[in-house]
Design a protein around this ligand. Structure first.
Ligand code: SF4
Length: 240
């Protein structure tokens, strides 16, 4: 598998767990606010899933592993890594953009938690991600997770002028009409430190207060049930 990096310890990447984070390279999307685009375009270092799992299992501080990217489900041997981690009794959270529902379906039974991105309103999905069929695929993944019984969250990156009230309203409508009920819905703060589109460097990230207001707006539009919406920003994660 193509490894882009490994973070030994994180308290914020897996709800309720101390985890390591595995970054895998490659991604079919080109989101303008992507701050991991070095991973998206990199080949990374080729390593065996067994080697990654065995290194992780030597870290006695963790009880979980977050697998992220890039888009981790692009890697054919991800399933092998998940099996290796299960054998070592490590809980696994998988981050995905949802573009590969057929792959996700095979992986769901091997993970404990999935975080899927809901990047923008369905009608803007193609232009934001640069993949015309993006929404159809993501919609399939959302339905799959909704019926899976696994713990899962929907994440939205809030970017002024790109993903704001209009888009959040349409996302809320879509979620409500499709009967989608994720365990958590997270509005996360965009970072302007290293975006793929350099013009976003001059865009200020939303403040914690703005994120709270947008989360309440999202709830008011029927996007999430009571107590399931969170705000994630540089100051931490807060239930709205
Ligand atoms: S934000 Fe995520 S889905 Fe979008 S290009 Fe970056 S890694 Fe891919």
């Amino acid at each position: 598998m193509r490894l882009g990096g490994l973070l030994d310890l994180s308290t914020i990447d897996f709800p309720g767990k101390l985890c390591s984070v595995v970054f895998l390279t490659g991604c079919p999307f080109r989101c303008p606010y992507c701050h991991n685009h070095e991973l998206v375009n990199s080949k990374g270092v080729e390593v065996s899933p067994e080697r990654v799992a065995s290194e992780l299992s030597e870290n006695y501080l963790i009880d979980g592993v977050c697998i992220t990217g890039g888009e981790p489900t692009m890697q054919n041997d991800l399933v092998e890594l998940l099996r290796e981690l299960k054998e070592r009794s490590l809980s696994v959270k998988l981050d995905t953009n949802g573009y590969y529902p057929e792959r996700l379906e095979k992986l769901v039974e091997l993970v404990d938690y999935v975080a899927i991105d809901f990047k923008t309103s369905p009608r803007k999905y193609g232009s934001l991600t640069s993949k015309r069929d993006a929404w159809d695929k993501v919609e399939e993944s959302l339905k799959l997770l909704n019926e899976s019984g696994i713990l899962w969250e929907i994440r939205m990156t809030v970017v002024p002028s790109l993903v704001w009230e209009d888009e959040l309203k349409e996302i809320a409508d879509t979620i409500r009409k499709a009967g989608i009920e994720a365990d958590r819905i997270v509005l996360q703060q965009f970072s302007n430190e290293n975006p793929l589109d350099p013009s976003l460097k001059s865009v200020n990230p939303p403040t914690k207060q703005e994120l709270f207001e947008l989360a309440e707006f999202f709830n008011g539009a029927g996007g999430a049930g009571e107590g399931r919406t969170y705000v994630r920003c540089s100051e931490g994660e807060f239930r709205v």
